[in-house]
Design a protein around this ligand. Structure first.
Ligand code: DGY
Length: 423
């Protein structure tokens, strides 16, 4: 069977009607940025179904504008922490109490391009605007968009978060729990028990304050700035502004988005580590910088942000890392402490990060590196199939198999470039 057909079959197998799960067993619900990337893949062959994916994601939006990281339409005993552990969250459908990197505006703009997409853009503009507003208000501290949970960044156990996690204590009254992830996959691929205790401590705190998002930001146990959320949101704000302009939205809406963009551009410098020559995470309360180049460090290109010097040093780092791995782009610097080629965000290559990084590099005139980043993923897929992530040293698949966003991104690239053998 062709890879294209396998990719379509993977999406069909994970299709639950109006939304798509990432993979059976390990992740049985709708995840936020997964759904957006899945829509990108679906749009290459079934626009109606792609649009249903986006609408079902938006249905999970809270009254304050947040679109949560997971929408729980059932209570699946195979997954922990499910809806009962998150407690009384505030949307009309049970969900987590944190968000995820807001890729939606960028993907909506891309798949609805042209006059025939105008009605669809109009259908979701206000909800996406409200979500961005939520990031800029409920999650902003002194002009920096913060994050309150490693799960919100989408990069769960990246060593970047150790600074914030080390400053936290596990809640003494943390209710006991049983992890389910380690029943589905090899525990050496997943976060440690100590990390899980801290993840659950933040959930416990959020539940104890009724998921008041401003309090979660100001008083929560973890407060860091994430280059992934920062650059994804900055890019998404720019796409939102472009849509607002095309749609003839009133000046106050356009001015508001322009102000978010100006704020975002100013904040890019906050994440710059001159020692590392890289954009890295920072603990907001202590100011401490993370210690390595990650697979969101080069998203400055995707967001079209950063100075000439910052971009040049980012390229130097990418080239150095290309010499260390078989498959760009590892999630953590192979020269930094904490690199583990198979452990989730401590080393593996992640499809959605390669997608955004390659797109940014391409748009900013770095076509050769963009191709290397694309090939890093495509070669791993050809070798191993549609996995959640891949060992960057060997291309072996890690964690979840038959993975939706991997299939979707592969389809999207095939559609754009027509490079692969078409079925
Ligand atoms: C998980 O369960 O591993 C997810 O990444 C949390 O969003």
């Amino acid at each position: 069977m062709s890879l294209k057909q396998t990719a379509i079959d993977t999406l069909s197998k994970n299709d639950r009607g109006r939304f798509t799960i990432p993979t059976e067993g390990l992740y049985p619900y709708q995840w936020n940025w997964d759904s957006a990337f899945i829509a990108l893949g679906l749009a290459t062959y079934d626009m109606e179904r792609a649009w249903a994916e986006i609408i079902s994601l938006i249905e999970g939006q809270w009254p304050d504008g947040m679109i949560p990281s997971i929408i729980f339409r059932s209570d699946d005993t195979d997954y922990f922490p499910g809806p009962s552990r998150w407690g009384n969250t505030l949307g009309s459908t049970p969900s987590t109490g944190v968000s995820q990197p807001p890729v939606l505006a960028t993907i909506v703009r891309q798949i609805t391009e042209g006059p025939q997409g105008a009605a669809r853009r109009a259908e979701v503009f206000d909800q996406i605007f409200a979500w961005h507003k939520w990031f800029h208000e409920a999650r902003t501290v002194d002009g920096i968009v913060a994050t309150v949970h490693p799960w919100e960044t989408g990069r769960d156990n990246c060593p970047e978060w150790n600074i914030g996690l080390d400053l936290m204590q596990v809640a003494p009254d943390l209710p006991p729990y049983t992890r389910m992830d380690n029943k589905h996959v090899d525990p050496s691929f997943r976060p440690t028990q100590e990390q899980y205790d801290k993840y659950l401590t933040i959930v416990h705190f959020g539940d104890s304050i009724g998921w008041d998002q401003r309090r979660l930001t100001d008083e929560g146990p973890f407060l860091m700035a994430d280059p992934n959320i920062h650059f994804v949101l900055l890019r998404a704000d720019k796409d939102l502004l472009a849509m607002a302009t095309e749609m003839g939205k009133p000046a106050d809406i356009r001015d508001q988005i322009s102000a978010w963009i100006a704020k975002g551009e100013a904040a890019t410098d906050y994440l710059w580590s001159d020692d590392l020559g890289a954009f890295v995470a920072r603990d907001i309360r202590s100011g401490a910088f993370s210690t390595g180049f990650s697979n969101c460090s080069a998203l400055c290109f995707y967001a079209d942000s950063g100075t000439h010097m910052q971009r040049a040093r980012t390229i130097e780092n990418l080239k150095r890392i290309a010499g260390k791995v078989e498959h760009l782009l590892p999630s953590w610097d192979p020269d930094a402490d904490g690199f583990e080629a198979q452990r989730y965000w401590c080393g593996p290559l992640w499809p959605q990060m390669n997608y955004m990084t390659a797109r940014g590099l391409d748009e900013q005139g770095e076509a050769e590196l963009a191709m290397q980043v694309r090939n890093g993923l495509c070669d791993a897929i050809e070798k191993s199939g549609f996995w959640e992530c891949f060992n960057p040293l060997t291309g072996a698949g890690c964690v979840g198999s038959n993975f939706s966003w991997t299939a979707a991104i592969w389809l999207s690239w095939q559609h754009e470039t027509k490079l692969e053998g078409v079925a």
